[in-house]
Design a protein around this ligand. Sequence first.
Ligand code: FNR
Length: 378
Amino acid sequence: MSPATGRIPPDVASLADYERHALQRLDAARVAWLQGGAADGLTVQANQRAWQGLPLQPRVLRPLAHGHTRIERPGLRLPHPIMLAPVAYLRLVHPDGELATAMAAAAQGAGLVLSTQASVPMERVAELVLGEAERGPLWFQLYAMAQREHTLQLVQRAEAAGFEALVLTVDAPVQGARDAERRAGFRLPADVRAVNLQGLALPGMAAADAAAPGLAAGLCGGLLAHAPTWSDIAWLKAHTRLPLWLKGITHPLDAQQAQALGVDGLIVSNHGGRVLDTMPATAALLPAVRQAVGPEWPVLVDGGIRRGTDVLKALALGADAVLVGRPHVHALAVAGALGVAHAIRLLRDEFEIALALTGCATPAEVSSAVLSSAVLTS
Ligand code: FNR
């Protein structure tokens, strides 16, 4: 692995350029960990292709003078609709890891969801960014631990540190079949650890993002004995003063159940295609989830967002905002905090252009009318 230079390569004009540079710098095992999806990687591909395949319909001569990118909804206020998704172990690609990512997010007003499996202490991330005036929200991603008191310890630490919401990831009670990682022999190096989980008993969860030794033996008798259920959601809701989001909801009935339990919002996600291969792209799953929960309830989406036009399309299909996962890691690997800040800026600029060219002054004006029924490619 060649270290990040801290400089932005001159030929970087899009997130795909950061990806290309990152793949040249990282060793094969890290590439397999970062890029890989479950099994044949079909859902990973489908995520990106689904956004790409939606044609946009321009509108002209509309008043755009007082436009802005702010999201102003009950329960969700953002400078722009781009957030950074939780990704484990960022020190695998850069020595500053999550600290660099958090600084970049704060500088660019992007919301940040810190992974449970961050490789730096959560308190250090919070200290670093909470004072920044222009920052977006700082949320903590949580996996249910094998024992509730351990989950509670994490929740209380996140509350005390100043995190502003909890995001419980519910789509990975077991690790997916991560063939690419196994082929590449990926192992966590000794100096990169999930430092916030030290001393806590892990259930199947963390396996989804960790260097777990393949499919865990004895799934039904072992890991799944601790897999969270809806009763854990009600329990968690009762034990935190923070808003609670669920990440990894894709079925309309699950969305309604979350809503009925008083969850504060949800993230339509297939974990970037890393858990259950051949599940549909999130672009295909989002509209039914939005319809199930009604127009007012906060819904975010992630998976395959690589262009500002993708962000616009996600809003058109019912999301209030998006998260990006792999792209911020590519930029971190290439140019550290500067790279991540630049990548967010590129995506945000692209989004503003797409907004204007489809005749929308603000995100609130985006509707399905920006999508064309014409076919993009034959
Ligand atoms: C993830 N993701 C993830 N999600 C989560 O809730 N907790 C975690 O610790 C991780 N870790 C993680 C590691 C790596 C290497 C990847 C690629 C992804 C999933 C992540 O939050 C998000 O859902 C996807 O990455 C979104 O898809 P894109 O943007 O990567 O296509």
